[in-house]
Design a protein around this ligand. Structure first.
Ligand code: PLP
Length: 382
């Protein structure tokens, strides 16, 4: 067992190549959750200050992960919530459409679609090129070509959730700035496992569900909103997001002043006493590991699999546009997908079917044995 695997409690017999579906819990995260849960046995253990302190630390940790200032971070329950906040605060008089890429994750697509319907704008889809060679490079070029003065916003993920295509955020951010197009990014499938800097990418909103690559519990998430949003309208009016919230004795001295920065966009009950300590433990571990180290580890781990795929007619995205922790494998003709899935299940190799491909996702708990088990099944399917 590798050193990292011991920090989790995955059953020995399974090969879990599916963190993109949801990550397993770290032992440290489980323990934090257990301690948090039993704290409410006796409510006197939860002080008024506790409504704010853990959440503030969690924001600080996420800020480090994405190179932002803590003030610009908000706590959200889901990516859809964070995306809706970003979209609802778009200007209605600056453009006529919102860009997305094909097969964008539904939380992003539906959010953009509804806003467009409500504001007489159209949704424009930049389709994935139907080629096998230079696909990622071409897709990125087409996205760049689509950004012009008619775009109110682009809603895109850091990498494609289904196939791991890397979107060149720095170049897209530059084009967005030039054309006054809001840059709304869903980081759910990479933040934690891949480095990101919201400043160099000029991102306006970066939204992340916490239960995948941030290794937190379900229904916990974090978002960065640039200063552009500091006077925006939140989705709900929680007492906790007002400037006087920490003074429990004077909450009905109603104030129109919100908490600073992106604080107004926190979800109601953001103290989330059970989930925040778990997310905190997860982020502490991630920052200790660093996304750079995780990327390097999974890149090395995947090498025999990539070599096998290339040698045997399975399609994988080219190096520069393939996320190292999440990528899709296209099957050569002649392999029956249902038979392959059955064989994978029998071998206890867990991957996902997304679109046409088999989505593989890797983390530090994965070992060479997991990769070999997957290769063995692919090999037998030929
Ligand atoms: C890119 C991406 N965004 C968001 C989510 C989850 O969305 P939500 O938090 O709205 O349920 C997923 C889940 O697979 C995803 O892949």
């Amino acid at each position: 067992m590798n050193h990292y695997k011991q920090l989790f409690q995955l059953p020995e017999a399974i090969h879990y190549l599916n963190a993109a579906y949801m990550s397993p819990l770290l032992r440290s995260v489980e323990e934090a959750g257990y301690q948090a849960l039993i704290k409410k046995r006796n409510p006197t253990q939860i002080k008024p200050v506790d409504f704010f302190t853990t959440a503030a630390r969690v924001k600080g940790l996420f800020a480090q992960l994405v190179q932002a200032s803590t003030q610009q971070i908000a706590i959200i329950p889901s990516a859809s919530y964070g995306l809706m906040t970003a979209i609802k605060n778009l200007p209605t008089n600056q453009g006529s459409k919102v860009l997305v890429v094909s097969d964008e994750f539904p939380s992003g697509y539906y959010t953009a679609e509804r806003w467009c319907l409500e504001h007489g704008q159209s949704i424009a889809v930049v389709p994935a090129p139907e080629v096998h060679s230079e696909r990622g490079a071409l897709w990125n070029q087409q996205i760049l070509a689509a950004i012009d003065d008619s775009c109110t916003a682009i809603v895109i993920s850091t990498i494609h959730w289904a196939d791991g295509t890397i979107f060149d955020l720095e170049t897209i951010g530059e084009a967005c700035q030039k054309h006054n197009c809001h840059f709304i990014v869903d980081g759910t499938q990479s933040v934690g496992a891949m480095p990101i800097d919201v400043n160099t990418c000029r991102i306006d909103a970066l939204v992340c569900a916490g239960y995948k690559w941030m290794m937190g519990p379900y229904a916990s998430g974090l978002a960065y909103y640039s200063k552009k949003y500091n006077h925006g309208k939140p989705l709900e009016e929680s007492w906790m997001n007002r400037a006087n919230a920490e003074n429990f004795a004077a909450l009905t001295n109603y104030t129109s002043e919100y908490s600073e920065g992106a604080g107004r966009f926190n979800m109601g009950e953001f103290s989330s006493f059970n989930l925040m300590p778990m997310l905190e433990a997860a982020l502490i571990q991630l920052l200790e590991w660093t996304p750079e180290m995780i990327t390097a580890y999974v890149d090395e781990l995947a090498k025999p699999l990539i070599a096998f795929c290339k040698a045997n007619g399975f399609w994988v995205e080219e190096e520069d546009y393939r996320a190292k922790h999440l990528f899709s494998i296209g099957l050569p003709s002649g392999i029956e997908r249902t038979d392959l899935l059955k064989a994978l299940e029998e071998a206890q190799v867990y991957v996902s079917v997304r679109g046409e491909g088999i989505r593989v996702s890797l983390h530090l708990f994965n070992t060479q044995e997991d990769i070999q088990a997957f290769i063995d099944v692919l090999s037998k399917s030929l």
